[in-house]
Design a protein around this ligand. Structure first.
Ligand code: CA
Length: 232
């Protein structure tokens, strides 16, 4: 595959209890330039989906939990695209339906090459549009003056907005829960913490959108928290 050596391989999480199938998928994906991670149970799958993955391949027939429930739960905690493996074509409507909303499905038995090409198609479809780089650098933080320049433009930030954005900039890509943000940024605890953090994030987004309307540098990880985009 024609790929820049320094570019990070997309991480594909395989949740599949049959090791034979999982091995075949993992092998095929790795030869196609993906990094495959495999777990055999739904419980482990949910855990693994908590760290950044680019796509989940989910077998709907799992021994420990219903694949349908797991898909719902995945949807709740993460916007990650999901490709479902099913042995029964009558399940397809439900898998793709509004309630569960998988991005695609493959009926067993399938060809690993076909699966890999579906994975690539989903990633292409769901990839964020490439961003024009800022000539002066995306963020410049002046800690002494508590000032942040975004794409060369100074942002007018409140105390908490400054601290939140500086925290994100210090660890691009790291997902911070609302609780963690509260703990690091706020000196005295406040009530209704989740909404307080959300309100500040919303305001930060607006201020950055005013500088660069086509880009949202903050990613929401549903049910988990927020992170700064790494590719800016
Ligand atoms: Ca199975």
């Amino acid at each position: 595959m024609d790929r820049d050596e320094n570019q990070k391989k997309p991480v594909i999480l395989i949740i599949e209890d049959e090791s034979g199938i999982a091995d075949t998928i993992a092998y095929s994906l790795s030869t196609e330039g993906f990094e495959a991670r495999w777990v055999a149970t739904g419980r482990e799958g949910l855990e693994a989906a908590g760290s950044p993955v680019d796509l989940v391949i989910l077998d709907i027939g799992l021994p420990d939990v219903s694949g349908f429930e797991l898909l719902k739960e995945l949807r709740r905690i993460s916007p990650v695209p999901v490709l479902v493996l099913t042995a029964r074509s009558e399940e397809i409507d439900r898998i793709l339906g509004l309630e569960l909303g998988a991005d695609d499905y493959v009926v067993k038995p399938f060809s690993p090459r076909e699966l890999a090409s579906r994975v690539r198609a989903i990633l292409r479809r769901t990839a964020p549009a490439p961003v024009e780089p800022c000539p002066s650098g995306t963020f410049t933080v002046d800690r002494n003056r508590r000032r942040i320049h975004y794409c060369g433009t100074p942002l007018s930030l409140s105390r908490y907005e400054y601290d939140i954005l500086a925290l994100f900039i210090s660890r691009p890509g790291w997902v911070f829960s609302r609780e963690k943000i509260m703990e690091i940024v706020w000196t005295e605890p406040e009530e209704s913490l989740e909404r307080t953090v959300d309100a500040h994030i919303k305001s930060l987004r607006n201020k950055m959108r005013a500088v660069r309307p086509d880009v949202d540098p903050i990613v929401t990880h549903r049910g988990v928290g927020y992170a700064l985009r790494e590719d800016l």
